[in-house]
Each structure stands twice: as C-alpha cells, then as structure tokens.
Design a protein around this ligand. Structure first.
Ligand SMILES: Cc1cc2nc3c(=O)[nH]c(=O)nc-3n(C[C@H](O)[C@H](O)[C@H](O)COP(=O)(O)O)c2cc1C
Length: 196
C-alpha cells in the first residue's frame, strides 16, 4: 500500500476544521459501490478515521453494500462541507478490504449500547414487513444481552479504503474554484491541478 501523506494530512485538517465549523455531520460521506451487474449505488456512511491503513467506515457485511463490495472492491467516496470557507469537496477513489476483527471489536465496543443492539437487530437492506417486527427483534436482543456487554455481531464490522485518487475542490469567488488532484500512477503519487 502506498499512502499519499500530504493528501491524508490535508484531509485530517479539513475534518477537524469542519467539526469546529458547526457542521452537524462533518464525517458524513457518500459511498458509491457497484453491484455484480455493474449498476452503481450511493448512500451516506460516516468516516470513522483516516489511519495509516486507509479511510475507515463501519457497516453490516451482509447489507446490500456489503454484497456489492464483495462483488467489486472499487469504491468512490465524496465529502462536502458547504459552510467551510467557500465550500470544500473531497473525492476519494480506491479499493476496500475488511478491517482486522480486533479493530472492528474495538470500534464496536466504543459505540453506544443502543447502536450495538441495533447492529444485531437490524437485517440491514432486507425487507421489513412492518415496524413492529424490528421492535420485536430489538426487544429480543435486549433480553439476550441483559446485564452483560453486547458483543460484536459477526456480520458487522469495518472496511478500510486504500486510496489511489484523492481530489480537493476548494470553492472560490467568481467560480475560480481550485482542484488539486493526487493520483497513484505506476506506484508513485503525482499531483496536478485540474480546470474546475
Ligand atoms: C448521516 C448518515 C450517516 C450514516 N452512517 C452510516 C454508517 O456509518 N454505516 C452504515 O452502515 N449506514 C449508515 N447510514 C445509513 C446508510 O446511508 C444506508 O441507508 C444503510 O447503510 C443501508 O445501505 P445499503 O442498503 O446500500 O447497504 C447513514 C445514513 C445517514 C443519513
């Protein structure tokens, strides 16, 4: 894995700045995946860390996105902070792999108990015939783990995105926006500007 240290440092700086800017969801990012038929799908997930091994997010491995990621490991991520400076967008493309179990365990243990219960109770992406069915599953999981810690379900955990493209778009007056693209080409990170 080859990391683009300057781009990841810039991303961390922007995340910190976005958190201070009062953005209610500074880590919300669009995650695009491709299914086995080549059809793209997008949804928001939370960016849970920019680490040495890539960008992390957590989800249900048996969800629609989990199946899509098993079919195609290529993903595109997009973050947008409307109120930061003149507006900033970050695009990331790369390859996902599952995080080590110990990392998923550690993150799961840090989650609120309600979220832990939800990870067991939600059959994410499957048809829910009626709301009461979900509530009954939540009650069943709460009873199962009453008085003890909720362990991580085997179907729930993290992915890391190993980027091969990171692009920063900085908004500016009169549409003189700035685009800085970092691309991994033949094992080397290269930087160039693009017309906005
Ligand atoms: C602000 C926001 C944050 C979200 N964060 C996550 C997340 O971190 N992980 C997750 O699995 N779903 C998250 N979701 C729900 C997803 O957008 C999506 O509905 C769910 O993961 C099912 O997607 P799928 O059927 O394509 O697998 C979030 C939704 C919103 C609006």
């Amino acid at each position: 894995m080859s990391l683009c240290v300057p781009a990841l440092e810039e991303l961390r700086r922007l995340l910190a700045e976005a958190a201070l800017s009062g953005d209610p969801e500074p880590t919300a990012m669009n995650l695009s995946t491709i299914d086995a038929r080549g059809r793209p799908h997008s949804r928001i997930v939370l960016l849970k860390g920019v680490a040495e091994d890539g960008l992390r997010f957590f989800t249900n491995y048996t969800s629609a996105k989990g199946e899509e990621l098993a079919a195609h490991a290529q993903v595109a991520l997009c973050l947008h902070w409307k109120q930061l400076r003149e507006g900033i967008q970050v695009r990331v493309e790369g390859t996902v792999s599952r995080l080590p179990e110990a990392d998923s365990d550690a993150y799961f243990a840090s989650r609120a108990r309600g979220s832990q219960i939800g990870a067991w109770a939600s059959l994410q992406s499957q048809t829910l015939p009626q709301r009461e069915d979900f509530e009954a599953r939540i009650a069943e999981v709460e009873a199962r783990f009453a008085g003890c810690e909720v362990e991580r379900p085997p179907h729930w955990g993290g992915y890391r995105v190993d980027p091969d493209l990171i692009e920063f778009w900085y908004g500016a007056n009169f549409r003189l926006h700035e685009r800085q693209r970092h691309e991994l080409i033949d094992g080397q990170w290269r930087q160039r500007m693009l017309y906005p």
